[in-house]
Design a protein around this ligand. Structure first.
Ligand SMILES: [Zn+2]
Length: 95
């Protein structure tokens, strides 16, 4: 989830995390309670793509977009059991 910078009319600056679709143009200032406008900043591209960034992003995504499950765990997901027709294989010890 990207971090956005906000600056209020009193000059306080703070960062807040929003999804790209939910980021507001204004937010309440954490220091003085005034209206803070979103500041245009360079994106934090250096952190994107790192494993730490992916972990945080995945954890945040799974909180509000859990993976869809369409079958019970363990049913039908296993590889099909291999069957041999050779009679000599019946004498082999079973694993
Ligand atoms: Zn402020």
């Amino acid at each position: 989830m990207p971090s956005y910078s906000f600056q209020c009319s009193e000059g306080c600056r703070f960062d807040a995390m929003f999804t790209m679709s939910e980021v507001p143009e204004t937010a309440e200032c954490r220091a003085c309670g005034g209206v803070a406008r979103r500041a245009i900043t360079a994106p934090h591209l250096s952190a994107a793509g790192t494993s730490a960034f992916q972990l945080v992003d995945h954890a945040a995504r799974s909180a509000h977009e859990p993976a869809v499950v369409d079958r019970l765990p363990g049913s039908g997901s296993r590889a099909p059991q291999r069957v041999t027709r050779n009679p000599l294989h019946a004498k082999l010890p079973r694993a």
